[in-house]
Design a protein around this ligand. Structure first.
Ligand code: GLC
Ligand code: GLC
Length: 829
């Protein structure tokens, strides 16, 4: 069952009922000011940091679920309704929500009155613009009242939802003309404020929530001022400040009126915090007055429909440009839709927000993840390489000089997060992978010489190359009894905690290590990760390639020898016969073996081991992939492990705390499905690669939206696996490494257009039924128009490749570097 449809020409998803199985959201903004907005206009805004600069309030795990946001209410002769249906939930005559690239349009119609609201955050602008167009489509004149509403958060979202004894007494506002300013704590220790304005005279306002609602027993669905058709002109003093504008409107039949609201954020320099004079119409009870110059300038920028149209056009062009870098035309519309629009869009969002703020991430938990942010770059780097470069330097600067890494860092301070600490065994390798991806995309070898400090040597002169070096050797220097990498506190799977042995409620599996490992340096020196071994052999060659390019042949050979040794150790000690083991636990026992009672096979190491060709000579690659198909494949994707754990295994940690089928315990953890898609494509089984791709790609799950629940236009972290009661149900949508990895899987492995150090590889691995496809790829300043023909209907194998008519050896298109358009013709066979 569907709840809307894709409108590819406008790059929108069109939702035609407010009652989606879960709030279906969109993100506005991509630099400083961000908003989350659901299909009923729920959500919230923040500036840069979802925890420390929360602008509007939102209550997670609320009942009903998605309550609070920015709402418009209409009282039309006693009928009270919202254009987005919620919170009043008056049945609408018509409803539509269009989520587009950085904007959302919500339209409602009731009794002949139509309200269309466009929400967006313009480029380089710290505010959300909301354009409301009201049209009287009836044959009689209409007189009605329009109310806006936004509830302020008292800046620190964590404090805001815990520290009530203080916060109920600190709220402050100023009101001037049609603008309501939120100035809590501004007088003393803050230099930032927010405002909510409308480009017209208002007939009243409310700034105190309880006054707006009329009673502490009312909810957002029942505000008394709106019902009464008149604001109460309340002035907030403590409690919960809000901003609501009240406007009386009369429309003749056929007449329209446009109002522009702006929810903005501004910071003042310390010595310019206060205005010198108090304007005549200012409402405040303070002795000081906010300096509003910045707000005035921001308001002036979008106070007419023409300016709003220009802002929207600028946003549209920005996205057209971003999406023109990789454009595909395949026989499958759903693939085109994912690659050309939604997957790339999601990659931008995950790059911006890491795992901080979604409808499943509260914005007050995690900072930027070391491994997460590095992987996000894989899907984003072609869009704005300069931002990727800056991010790489930020991330690398939180690394320690021995190659260890802080697992997370705070975006505002850019400092490693001491609460969570380090010793996640996989972290350093993602750094090599992302820097290599950046160089392959841009050819900017200069990044290796960039001055990048270590967290424990902030003043020291160090280069990015040194960071890669210590990353590589951090693995080599921390091997266990089988010569495999120590698992430490966890590897990619945060929930395999082999040094934890936790039996006390509340202990964090990520931060707790059992005291018995203290003497050993904090983690078991026995437990080893086969996943990290495979990731090392897959990623290591990029480091070797870099050294070779720099002419450091000896170092390259030394590193290559380590990779070869790791492959040998993995084959000797970690091949289980039909697939690779997952780990050796702290007791030296196998994890993920046919000998185990539960959790016999795990997905994570397999794809990287296959792509590293470990044991290829004895068929280990195909055996492994066949085992995945046999044990992990199900209707909605590949589960993480099988059979699911049904007991608590203290030696494994968090993984066995989840009910079977959810999250890391045999959920369909879509992130790692991509690694198998890549591996199937790598070995040339394009059919299988595509089968797995289409099981989880959102556009393909649209038809089962009632089962899948979350947005059909973006990936979620997890889908309930075959052991789950809610098999097929998606969760944790939007912020997940799945976005980047599936972009890699489809664009670089299945469609096979893959940046390399010395050019653009073209080596597809597709369903044999395809006659071919076309790709336009902008790469290092040139444009490549690539046409792939598949007359023999095979999956993989380049028979002939020509660039501008000249045949070349192999399948790497050399960099032309002349800024021109080049025709690449590829014949499979
Ligand atoms: C979450 C984390 C990611 C981790 C994964 C598996 O998605 O953000 O870092 O690798 O879970 O545990
Ligand atoms: C939990 C989740 C995992 C996530 C981690 C982040 O362990 O299961 O997916 O990566 O928390 O701290």
């Amino acid at each position: 069952m569907k709840f809307g449809h894709f409108d590819d020409s406008r790059k929108e998803y069109v939702i035609n009922t407010p009652k989606t199985p879960y709030p279906w959201i969109n993100y506005l903004g991509n630099q400083g000011f961000f908003s989350l907005i659901s299909n009923t206009a729920g959500g919230y805004s923040f500036y840069k940091d979802a925890r420390l600069r929360r602008i509007t309030r939102y209550r997670y795990n609320n009942v009903p679920l998605d309550m609070g946001g920015r709402y418009f209410y209409i009282n039309d002769n006693g009928t009270v309704w919202n254009p987005g249906w919620s919170p009043v939930k008056t049945e609408l005559d018509e409803y539509e929500c269009r989520h587009g690239m950085g904007y959302t349009i919500i339209e409602g119609k009731k009794n002949g009155l139509k309200a269309e609201v466009t929400f967006f955050v313009p480029q380089d602008y710290d505010g959300e613009v909301q354009q409301v167009v009201l049209t009287n489509e009836s044959s009689e004149a209409k007189e009605f009242a329009l109310f806006s509403m936004a509830e302020w958060c008292l800046w620190d979202a964590q404090d805001d939802c815990t520290n009530f004894q203080r916060n109920f007494s600190t709220g402050r506002v100023e009101i001037e003309g049609s603008t309501i300013y939120h100035v809590t704590e501004y007088r003393d220790r803050r230099n930032h404020y927010a405002f909510y304005t409308v480009n017209d005279q208002i007939d009243g306002y409310d700034t105190d929530r309880d006054a707006f609602l009329g009673s502490i027993y009312n909810g957002w669905d029942n505000p008394e001022t709106v019902k009464a058709g008149k604001a109460s002109n309340s002035f907030a003093d403590g409690w919960s400040p809000i901003a609501s504008h009240y406007k009386k409107i009369t429309l003749a039949p056929g007449e329209s009126k446009t109002l522009i609201y702006i929810l903005g954020y501004a910071e003042n320099p310390q010595d310019k915090k206060f205005a010198s004079e108090k304007p005549a119409d200012l409402l405040t009870r303070e002795a000081w007055v906010l300096n509003k110059e910045k707000a005035y300038a921001m308001i002036d920028k979008y106070n007419t429909p023409e300016k709003v149209a220009a802002g929207l056009e600028e946003l549209r062009t920005t996205w057209e440009n971003l999406l023109s870098i990789y454009k595909v035309d395949t026989p499958d519309d759903k693939v085109n839709r994912m690659v050309n629009i939604w997957n790339q869009y999601q990659c931008m969002v995950t790059f911006n927000l890491s795992r901080s703020a979604s409808y499943f991430e509260s914005g007050i938990g995690r900072g930027m993840g070391f491994r997460d942010s590095n992987q996000d770059i894989l899907g984003f780097v072609h869009q704005i390489p300069d931002r990727a470069r800056a991010r790489l330097i930020d991330i690398a600067s939180t690394q320690l000089s021995d190659g260890g890494c802080y697992h997370q860092y705070q975006p505002l301070t850019k400092k490693g997060n001491a609460d969570i600490g380090g010793d996640f065994s996989d972290d350093p390798l993602w750094m090599i992978m992302s820097v290599a991806a950046y160089i392959k995309e841009t050819g900017d070898w200069g990044i290796l010489d960039a001055n990048v400090p270590f967290d424990d040597d902030p003043e020291g002169k160090h280069t990015m190359l040194e960071h890669l070096n210590v990353s590589f050797y951090h693995i080599v220097n921390n091997l266990g009894p089988h010569g495999l990498p120590l698992a430490m506190r966890a590897d990619w799977n945060d929930c395999i905690n082999l040094s934890c042995f936790s039996d006390t409620p509340g202990e964090s599996f990520q931060t707790y290590t059992n005291p018995k490992f203290k003497a050993e340096g904090g983690y078991s020196k026995i437990a080893e990760s086969v996943f990290v071994a495979a990731l090392f052999t897959y990623t290591g060659p990029a480091y070797v390639g870099i050294l070779e390019h720099l002419g450091k042949t000896e170092e390259a050979a030394k590193a290559q020898a380590e990779i070869d040794k790791m492959k040998k150790n993995t084959m000797e000690s970690a091949f289980d016969g039909e697939w690779f083991l997952r780990a050796y636990d702290a007791n030296g026992e196998k994890m993920g073996s046919h000998e185990c009672e539960e959790g016999k096979i795990f997905i994570e190491p397999q794809g990287f081991a296959v792509m590293s060709e470990i044991g290829k000579d004895v068929g280990a690659d195909i055996k492994t992939l066949d085992s995945i198909d046999k044990y992990l494949n199900c209707e909605y994707g590949l589960v993480l492990n099988n059979p699911a754990f049904t007991k608590y295994y203290i030696q494994y940690g968090e993984i066995s705390t989840y009910p079977g089928g959810y999250k890391e315990n045999a959920g369909i953890f879509t992130h790692n499905n991509a690694w198998i898609i890549c591996a199937e494509a790598y070995v040339g089984r394009g059919e299988k690669a595509f089968e797995y791709y289409s099981k989880i790609a959102p556009a393909f799950t649209e038809e089962t939206s009632d089962i899948h629940k979350t947005e059909p236009y973006v990936y979620g972290q997890m889908i309930g696996g075959k052991d789950a009661k809610n098999f097929g149900q998606g969760k944790n949508s939007w912020l997940t490494g799945t976005a980047a990895w599936n972009m890699v899987a489809i664009s670089q492995y299945i469609l096979g257009i893959k940046p390399e150090f010395d050019g653009l590889r073209v080596d597809p691995s597709i369903p044999s039924a395809w006659d071919g496809f076309k790709v336009v790829r902008k790469f290092r300043g040139d444009t490549y128009e690539i046409e792939i023909k598949n007359p023999d209907h095979i999956c993989k194998g380049v028979k002939k490749l020509t660039v501008d008519g000249n045949e070349i050896e192999g399948c790497i298109v050399p960099v032309a570097g002349d800024g021109n358009t080049h025709k690449v013709e590829v014949l499979l066979g």
